[in-house]
Structures are given as C-alpha cells and as structure tokens.
Design a protein around this ligand. Structure first.
Ligand code: RP5
Length: 317
C-alpha cells in the first residue's frame, strides 16, 4: 500500500468521502487511520515515523479547525504529506486552510483547497505512482488528459517569472542539487508544459505572482506530473490563493515559501528515489539540530545575551 489517509477525527470521514471514491475509481488501494495531532499525539507521531518502513509513499492528512495534523505528520516523515483542509461550519474551512498552509521553512506540506478531497486523492496518486506507467495511464484516462511517456529521473522544473523570488530560486536550485535533484528554470509561456517535459522534468514547482490568475492550477489540469504552487505576493489579498482555492490537484505552499516548494518537490521525488529521500531525511535532522543548539545557548546565556549574540534587536530582527 502506497497511500495513507489520516484524519483527525472520525467526523472528518464523511466530509472527505470524495478522496475515497476517487482512489476506488482509480483502483488504487489505501489505508485510512484516525490519528489526532491533539488527542493522540504519540500514536500520530509514531505512525508518521513508521510510514517509510511500512512502504507508504505519501500521506494525506485531513483535519478541520486548528488543523495541525498534516504539518505535525510532515515533521515526522521524509515522505510528502498532502494537507486536506476539512470544511468547517463557521469559516467554510478557511480556518483549516490557514492553520495548514504557511508551514515554517524546512517543513513543507502540499495544501489543497478546503474540501478538495478529489484533488488531494489525485495528487496523492500522481506522487505515489510517478514511476509506474500503468497507473499513470489510468490516472490520465480518469482525468481525460493525454498520457505522455517519461523516463523517471530526479529532475524538476522551476517556473518563476517573479524577480522578488529570484534569490530564493537560486537557493532552491542549490538545495535541490544537494539532495541529488536537478532543477531547470523556466518562465511562464504558451509551451511551458511541452518545454519542461522535453527537458526530462518529472515534477513542477510553479511560482505564481499573478493574483486572481490560477496559472499553476490550469497547468495542473493538463498534466499528471505533480504540480507544486508557490503563491508570490507582497499584497495582503486572498486572490493570491486563486490556484489553491480551486479544485485543482495542486500542492500549495505558503506565500513566498519557494524553498518549501523545493523541499516538497524533493520529498515527491524522494518517495520514488531512495537516495533522494535519505538526503531529505538528513536535511531535516540538521534543521532539528540547529534549533536544539539555539535552545541550548538561550538557556545558558539568557534572553538579552542571546539576542546580542544572534544580532537580533529586542523588538524584532
Ligand atoms: C479536528 O477537529 C478534526 O480533524 C475535526 O475536523 C475537528 C472536530 O473533531 P470532532 O470534535 O468532530 O471529533 O481535530
């Protein structure tokens, strides 16, 4: 079994039924668990830590309200975790989505729109079976999109037409290379899909700087290659979520979180390439070590000395 679906409560099950029917229609098996980030944190973490050993390639974490399940799961596994915000009675699931999406640097999830259970299932299938032509053909038939042969290599496309994220784009390419993943840069254009497939890319990171235009969403409707979208903006407007708020099978990242998009891409490829996965695992251990060292210094020196040492002003950075 390659796909796990975990819900925070049994009350989520009827609300994400489309995930199950979609996977059933694709004849793809999956395991379903009730694992709450808040009510059963130990069981939730332990199961997340065992996902790789148990043969899974991807997990869908569905939860509502203060929806920390996918983020906490991602903290405990090198596999990609798809965050499925469950619709709630007060804010139509926007509370769930906002609890999930803006993950801290280094620990990404791929977030779909609230209630987008079908999109989450399709995305999970596309990730788990990226290197399986037979299942890819089934997915393409189901989605009424043309099947294109690929030779699986850890190679991703980065579409970025946004100068404000240029530095992050270069840093992302460097980071991906340290994971053994090649990354080619592209700009948005008519023939983008053809161009990146011709280059041998098998996953796509798309920075979308155009509020209200779901460019990445539209791209995801033409291909079964996993598409990761990074909304990019300096404005406070919900229209920058136009990709994520649709019903597309997209792995949405936090605003301007391009590096997380790159790490999520590495997790997607790592699910299909053990050497990449091990590198991602080592990277996460390094992140944890950094935080532990900072905590040690803080405890030993106190707040003022710590802020001085780190070059941080007392009222912010
Ligand atoms: C979340 O709290 C669950 O994912 C669910 O969406 C919500 C409510 O849970 P119940 O009170 O219905 O069990 O953790």
């Amino acid at each position: 079994m390659k796909i796990e679906v975990r819900v925070g409560s049994d009350s989520d099950l009827p609300k994400i039924k489309n995930s199950f029917t979609t996977l059933d229609n694709l004849s793809i098996p999956y395991s379903v668990r009730i694992l709450s980030a808040h009510r059963t944190p130990d069981a939730m973490s332990e199961n997340a830590r065992n996902l790789v050993k148990d043969g899974f390639k991807v997990s869908i974490g569905a939860a509502g309200g203060s929806a920390h399940l996918p983020g906490m799961t991602s903290s405990e596994t090198s596999l990609p975790v798809i965050a499925l915000p469950v619709k709630t009675s007060f804010f139509d699931g926007m509370d769930s989505l906002h609890s999930m999406i803006q993950m801290p640097p280094g620990v990404p999830v791929g977030c779909v729109g609230s209630g987008n259970a079908e999109g989450a299932a399709i995305l999970a299938a596309q990730i788990a079976y990226l290197n399986d032509p037979e299942v890819r053909k089934r997915i393409c038939d189901y989605r009424h999109i043309p099947y294109r042969e690929i030779v699986f290599k850890p190679r991703v496309a980065l579409i970025n037409s946004s100068p404000s994220l240029e530095k992050d784009a270069d840093a992302s390419i460097k980071l991906l290379s340290s994971f053994g993943v090649e990354c080619y840069k592209f700009e948005w254009g008519e023939k983008i899909l053809e161009d990146l497939i011709n280059k041998g890319c098998v996953a796509i990171i798309a920075v979308n700087p155009y509020p209200g235009k779901p460019l990445a969403g539209e791209l995801s409707m033409k291909t079964d290659l996993p598409v990761i979208v990074v909304p990019c903006s300096s404005e406070n407007s919900l229209s920058i979520f136009s990709d994520i708020l649709g019903t597309y099978p997209l792995a949405g990242q936090g605003i301007n979180r391009l590096m997380n998009g790159a790490i999520f891409a590495a997790k997607v490829l790592g699910a299909n390439d053990e050497q990449v996965r091990i590198k991602v695992e080592e990277y996460s251990k390094g992140l944890a070590q950094e935080v532990k060292e900072k905590d040690k210094i803080l405890v030993e020196t106190g707040i003022s000395a710590y802020l001085d040492k780190m070059g941080m002003k007392e009222n912010g950075k």
